[in-house]
Design a protein around this ligand. Structure first.
Ligand code: PXL
Length: 267
């Protein structure tokens, strides 16, 4: 038996709403074979002096080769990459492996405020990684950092930002408008010629940790199954919207998106 194989190259989020944990839960829900190459461990807490631990470039390189050699990769996503050196390593292996579907989630700042990409690594992400991407999935804040411009504050400004981001060299841009005040959750998909607007109602919850990770992981899974980029994004948006709608609260600040929600509650 064969199922599509998907690798996440991202950080471990110990509290398990986001990062590698969100990706693997999403891959399982999407019925693809999920694999992971862990770039760093994020485990912020009030008890230990340190809450972030970066893996060596060698450890990351080995994990990507292990997934590639022993299983094979139909699609991959990148999440938290943190440093310039990690981005350079990951980009060179993506190129060498000739992976067909590459989703780059340009993770920069976590929902709880953790810094997940160093400032001096943004330029390297633009030059080395984004041109290899099938699809890049910035939120409004990440788009503003990538373009060195203020955040888009309307659907028109989002289209303009998507057009500029497309100039960085990926095949598609998905600019996510979850943070757009006074509007529904509108995302703009752009392929260099046509804008597709995907809209869902805004769900009144603070428990959205992992939403971006889950969205990009679901897109990678859908692409691995052979769906088009547009179909993959539509299906993934339905998946993540359900995960937000049925989000989990552990009564300690921002709770988690619920990765099983689409399966359990879809009508
Ligand atoms: O949600 C972004 C994110 C991505 N990756 C890791 C994280 C977070 C948020 O906390 O910890 C590892």
């Amino acid at each position: 038996m064969f199922i599509p194989r998907v690798l996440s190259i991202a950080g471990s989020a110990a509290q398990a709403s986001a990062g590698i944990q969100a990706d693997l839960k999403t891959f399982q829900e999407q019925d693809v074979y999920g694999m992971s190459a862990i770039t760093a461990i994020v485990a912020n807490n009030s008890k230990t002096a340190q809450g972030m631990f970066t893996h060596s470039v060698e450890a990351i390189e080995a994990q990507i080769y292990a997934a590639w050699e022993h299983v094979g990769i139909d699609a991959l996503k990148t999440g938290m990459l943190f440093t310039e050196e990690i981005i350079v390593q990951v980009a060179s292996q993506i190129e060498a492996a000739e992976v067909e579907h590459v989703v780059v989630d340009p993770v920069m700042i976590g929902k709880m405020g953790s810094k997940l990409l160093q400032d001096d690594a943004i330029e390297t992400m633009k030059q080395k990684l984004i041109p290899l991407a099938t699809l890049v999935t910035p939120n409004l804040q990440e788009a503003a950092h990538l373009l060195n411009e203020p955040e888009a504050s309307s659907p028109d400004e989002m289209r303009e930002a998507a057009r500029k981001l497309y100039g960085l060299g990926p095949s598609y841009i998905l600019l996510k408008g979850g943070g757009l005040k006074g509007h529904p959750a509108i995302d703009i998909l752009y392929d260099g010629s046509e804008f597709i607007e995907l809209e869902s109602r805004r769900i009144p919850t603070i428990h959205t940790s992992g939403a971006g990770c889950t969205y990009s992981a679901a897109i990678a899974a859908q692409l691995a199954k052979g769906n088009s980029v547009t179909e993959s994004v539509r299906e993934a948006k339905a998946f993540v919207t359900s995960a937000i709608e049925h989000a989990l609260s552990f009564e300690r600040g921002i709770g988690s998106t619920y990765h099983a929600a689409y399966r359990k509650f879809k009508k």
